[in-house]
Design a protein around this ligand. Structure first.
Ligand SMILES: Nc1nc2c(ncn2[C@@H]2O[C@H](COP(=O)(O)OP(=O)(O)OP(=O)(O)O)[C@@H](O)[C@H]2O)c(=O)[nH]1
Length: 383
């Protein structure tokens, strides 16, 4: 009977859909447990060893998928401290459990409280401390280690976040400008995981661009993949909007949006996710300029794209943003023919450098102000 059931169960088990297989993993839940403290030895006043702790360390090249494979049971524990004995009065400390995590991981507890942000290689945090060893204060009994569930949330760290609706040409553009090799096809949703490309400059400086897929109109209401990948934009320093000059229609059931409407809709999606994203510097790319009729559309739409406020009243309410985004630069390109890709490359660099300089100056001013406040009237003069 049991065999029959297991046979039937196997028969109904479907193979996962192609896009679900090897899916990009950017969250992981783990139960972590610090080691138990060793017991003391009352007769000699011996102290038990402290339990080992579970700690996380950010390492480049690590993925959450590797982690999920290593901890199949989703549990990690450190070893207990050694009991005190006649030959070793001070018990040895338990062995720590080191978990290597991808750079850019944020650690949350079950209440959603941020415990740590491991955003550079080598950054560490203790996930579960070990219990103290038995001593006079504990009646020579070792204490249990910390035990909790943590949530790892990976947010990519890239200089530029590429956003656009499906089929706009994001993958084609990323391939043209960088060394990334994304999948490209003429139907929406080819990209189901963020792709990161690196753009190199002759002076050996390089910048990274993350293609954030899956964004569709209404994603804020959890249509499609919702805002699943938008979290990766939070740490980017510049936004790169990409829009098909001919507009986009997700399916016959959806309204066809022209390029201007697509810009409003993208603006709205970002605003609904996190309005502070609109404060980031932003470049707009109007793509597919190699196709016939594109120049005419550009000519009629450009004045309105430059001044988004002007047509806001005509924008359908479901895609109308409260605040329009300001583009530092608008470039019409053809990702397929690599036309004006070099201009985009230059602009990205220029704007990133300009903002980095501003940030440094702003930081400097802040430090000076702090110093001024601390130094007081009689201290050295801060200029
Ligand atoms: N004519 C023309 N076609 C382009 C251009 N850029 C992209 N395409 C085509 O548009 C289609 C979609 O391109 P992708 O690069 O896959 O678009 P995407 O935005 O990455 O799409 P998703 O993966 O669905 O998010 C493909 O058939 C491309 O060949 C362009 O500049 N000109």
């Amino acid at each position: 009977m049991v065999q029959l059931f297991s046979f039937l169960l196997k028969a109904t088990k479907k193979t996962p859909r192609a896009h679900m297989r090897n899916a990009f993993l950017d969250t992981l839940r783990l139960t972590v447990k610090g080691g138990h403290g060793g017991n003391g030895l009352p007769k000699y006043g011996g102290i038990g060893g402290q339990g080992g702790c579970v700690y996380l360390e950010a390492k480049e090249g690590t993925t959450l998928k590797q982690l999920a494979q290593r901890f199949k049971e989703k549990k990690a524990a450190a070893s207990s401290g050694e009991d005190s004995s006649k030959v070793r009065i001070l018990g040895r400390r338990g062995v720590d459990e080191k978990i290597e995590v991808p750079v850019g991981v944020q650690i949350y507890d079950d209440n959603g409280k941020l415990l740590a942000d491991l955003n550079e290689p080598g950054a560490r945090c203790i996930a579960a401390g070990g219990g103290i060893g038995g001593c006079t204060g504990t009646n020579f009994l070792g204490k249990p280690g910390e035990h909790k569930t943590i949530n790892l949330d990976l947010k990519l760290i890239a200089d530029v976040g590429l956003v656009g609706f499906p089929n706009a040409g994001k993958s084609t553009f990323l391939k043209a400008i960088s060394k990334a090799k994304p999948k490209i096809a003429s139907y929406p949703f080819t990209t189901i995981r963020p792709q990161v490309g690196t753009v190199e400059y002759p002076d050996l400086r390089s910048i990274t661009i993350a293609d954030l897929p899956g964004l569709i109109e209404g994603a804020h209401a959890n249509f499609g993949m919702g805002h699943k990948f938008l979290k990766h934009i939070e740490r980017t320093r510049l936004l790169l909007f990409m829009v098909d000059i001919f507009g986009f229609q997700l399916s016959p059931k959806h309204a066809r949006r022209n390029c201007l409407e697509n810009i409003y809709a993208l603006n709205k999606e970002l605003e609904m996710y996190d309005a502070t994203l609109l404060d980031k510097p932003c470049i707009l790319l109007l793509n597919k300029m190699d196709l016939e009729g594109s120049s005419e559309i550009l000519k009629t739409q450009k004045p309105f794209i430059k001044d988004l406020e002007s047509k806001l009243h005509e924008c359908p309410p479901e895609i109308r943003p409260d605040r329009v985004i300001r583009f530092e630069r608008i470039l019409s390109i053809s990702a397929q023919n690599s036309a004006r890709i070099q201009d985009v490359k230059k602009e990205l660099r220029r704007i990133l450098d300009e903002h980095a300089e501003k940030d440094t100056v702003a930081d400097g001013e802040e430090v000076k102000e702090l110093l001024r406040q601390r130094v007081g009237e009689r201290g050295p003069k801060v200029t």
